[in-house]
Design a protein around this ligand. Structure first.
Ligand SMILES: [Zn+2]
Length: 183
């Protein structure tokens, strides 16, 4: 049992609100067939990392959860893709993408909606992915259908794409043999 005697009403309201926020965003990603792995603890850690402020302006208190890569182009609700924002930065970003500038460790918005080549640079066609993994397209497709790998279709052309980050994960899984050699 958790002793809640020492927790203020405000803290309880905060926990309930943020828990609900995470659940809603997980549901949103899951409904779009996207990765939905953000845990409540991860979200609280992200908020602490940003000191409860908006990740973009770093001035106003956060009011919303922002997906750096928007949900509509395949950005899931994951610890890597979610940051806190204030309402005005949130609406300014809208359907744009945002990325972390590693040199200044600030988040930058790209105010234009991402262009098609930009979106495509995040994805790899499934046949190319199969080639890189050294398996057949059939085998990879079956794995996609069975497992957690999400594919995306752009522009209704029927071309299946997987996120580069997912492919990197698969590549890491597919070559464990050398790393387990004893020295
Ligand atoms: Zn802001």
């Amino acid at each position: 049992m958790v002793n809640i005697d020492g927790i203020s009403d405000e803290q309880i309201a905060f926990i309930v609100r943020e828990h609900t926020r995470v659940q809603q965003q997980l549901f949103r990603a899951r409904s779009a067939d996207l990765p939905a792995t953000l845990t409540f603890r991860q979200w609280i850690a992200i908020l602490e990392q940003h000191q409860g402020l908006c990740a973009f302006c770093k001035k106003k208190p956060f009011e919303a959860m922002e997906h750096l890569l928007p949900v509509y182009i395949g950005g899931g609700t994951t610890a890597e893709n979610c940051v806190p924002t204030c309402q005005s930065c949130n609406s300014r970003k809208s359907r744009s993408t945002a990325r972390m500038n590693v040199e200044t460790s600030t988040y930058e918005l790209t105010f234009e909606p991402p262009t098609k080549p930009e979106v495509e640079s995040l994805f790899v066609p499934l046949d190319q992915a199969a080639e890189l993994l050294g398996c057949s397209l059939d085998a990879l497709t079956k794995r996609v259908q069975r497992g957690k790998i999400v594919t995306h279709q752009l522009g209704g052309k029927g071309k299946h794409l997987i996120l580069k980050s997912d492919l990197i994960g698969l590549l890491a899984q597919s070559r464990p043999a050398e790393e387990h050699q004893s020295t």
